[in-house]
Design a binder for this molecule. Sequence first.
Ligand SMILES: *[C@@H]1O[C@H](CO)[C@@H](O)[C@H](O)[C@H]1NC(C)=O
Length: 327
Amino acid sequence: MPFGFAALQQGHLLLLLLFLAALEAQSRYLEVGDAGDEEPFLLLNAELKRELSTEGQFYRRALRCIDMLSIEGQFTFTANQPQLHCATFFIGEPEEIITIDFDFVNVDCQAGDFLKVFDGWILKGEKFPSSLDHPLPTSERYVDFCEDGRIRSSIKSSQNVAMLFFRIHEPGNGFTFTIKKKPNIFPCNVISQTPTGRFTMVIPHQHRNCSFSIIYPVLIKISNLMLGHLNSFHLKNPSTGCGGVGDFVELLGGNGLDPSKMFPLADLCHSFNGPAQMKIGCDNTVLRMVSSGKHVNRVTLEYHQLDQHEMENRKENSLEEFCPSSI
Ligand SMILES: *[C@@H]1O[C@H](CO)[C@@H](O)[C@H](O)[C@H]1NC(C)=O
């Protein structure tokens, strides 16, 4: 447990810093003082530890203008000054989805306040999951308190990440919500909560495409790939690549969130057993599986964050060119 906890802490700190940097770049109005220092984060971890020792007690704390939540509990935001550019990132384990229930809302829509939940993450206009891979059209991925007049009882994410955007002008106004996590038996789109891990993606006879995203530079190792057409009569000629037909896996690298805007690094269109590995020095690495629904497809990957030494030596790596602006 202590080890897992340390990994979680480190992962979240890096994650938070990454997103703060991106948010800062995105909006010059953002008050970085709200979230730029690490101290509140240490405080959060102290609270997390307290939570571990007070088993059975429901976790509660105040929400900050820019925040990241990965645990269940009840969170309250109260503006102490006009807060115009706030965002909460929710993330669960790969096999979880997130539900958000608003217990109390006091915002002034007429005055220009807003409160919106997004099914996924958005950063600098880039969405995860990409609009190509999400089951809903983009407009239906938002739940907007000010448009609907109320927030329907329970908002459920389609994957392990979701997001809340809000703006509140009047000090004293705010809201309270409760976060719960529910199991997801066949996770499709996932953002890894940690920079190191292992995951098996299964798409059982479903016509859908799924992305697993790791928002760190990583060494990625694919230990097993099973594409249903292994035993079909139409074995592909390897020299033609995947040719964009049939079921396949693609590895993508890039510096934004949206897999559909990332560089293709490799296509894998034949089943194999045994590790194939690759160093990818991008801010975001995605493994995307394209599935026709005719087969059961499965891929297992392991990954760990590239350390400083590995990053410095990346010139030896032929993939360097793919993320020229990442460092
Ligand atoms: C999955 O992706 C492929 C290629 O990227 C595309 O042709 C296909 O339409 C997608 N399928 C679905 C269900 O979105």
